[in-house]
Design a protein. Structure first.
Length: 264
């Protein structure tokens, strides 16, 4: 039984620019912090895995002193948890408005995979409530119920560490040769590849210029009739059409299995 695992942000929906960024900035304003991340600044922040970790990047000694914030580790951890909890609430509200539709091909490939008996999952370092909200809006509530979700602070190290994917493999009872991942960033791809997983990259707004060496396929999206996929890198010679299909993913898995056997 093959397994198809999606990242969330930038994969299920292009959530960063229109979802997470405004949610971070609204949270800062509510807590009285003089911080408004610009689009360019946030392009740097997305290189940090995890929302709390992005917020923690603010806590330089100078910033902490200037705004009378806690200086001890426990106090800062509790403060970050409050900030992040409120940010997740704001973000989930934005998702509920329908402002962040699924990326091209996500609903289609999920339906094709489920109909063919594939197991579906999401593995993300974002908060679980945020991930489930995006998943439901990207594929619909009925389809979302078929997914296993691995998200939030459930592993010691976030992407680019492979922990979240190793956990997903263990919990699903999957092997690396029958599992394929869809990611959008170099950090996410590295996490999946270091877990031994074949990875398709669908570039997103903040990641299109990153280095995806090691990916099995790099495309603009999975593709739909109204928004066809463009192939950006195809090192295995899969040659997908304007809509990346289940046959294409199966071909990638077959190549992975052959490579594994040859290296044993």
């Amino acid at each position: 039984m093959p397994f198809l695992i999606f990242d969330c942000d930038g994969v299920l929906a292009d959530t960063e620019r229109n979802g997470h960024l405004p949610a971070f900035n609204r949270t800062f304003a509510e807590f009285g912090l003089p911080v408004t991340w610009s689009d360019a600044e946030y392009a740097e922040k997305v290189l940090i895995g995890g929302g709390k970790e992005r917020m923690a990047s603010l806590l330089t000694p100078e910033f902490v002193a200037a705004h009378n914030l806690p200086t001890d580790e426990d106090g800062q951890r509790d403060m970050l948890a409050r900030w992040h909890r409120r940010k997740t609430e704001i973000y989930t509200e934005l998702v509920a408005t329908g402002a962040l539709p699924g990326r091209p091909g996500i609903s289609r490939i999920a339906e094709e995979a489920a109909s063919a008996g594939w197991r579906l999952a999401v593995a993300s370092t974002s908060a679980e409530a945020s991930v489930r909200a995006v998943l439901e809006h990207a594929v619909g509530p009925d389809a979302a119920a078929r997914f296993s979700v691995f998200a939030g602070d459930i592993v010691p190290h976030k992407k680019p560490a492979p922990d979240i994917y190793l956990l997903a493999l263990s919990e699903l009872g999957a092997s690396s040769t029958d599992t394929i991942v869809v990611e959008d960033s170099a950090n996410g791809m590295r996490a999946a590849v270091d877990a031994g997983l074949a990875t398709v990259v669908t570039v997103s707004a903040y990641t299109e210029n990153e280095d995806f060496t090691g990916a099995a396929l790099v495309v603009s999206s999975l593709g739909d009739r109204d928004e066809p996929a463009r192939v950006l890198a195809d090192p295995l010679g899969i040659s997908p059409s304007s809509q990346v299909s289940l046959d294409d993913l199966t071909a990638i898995l077959s190549h992975t299995a052959r490579s594994t056997q040859e290296n044993q």
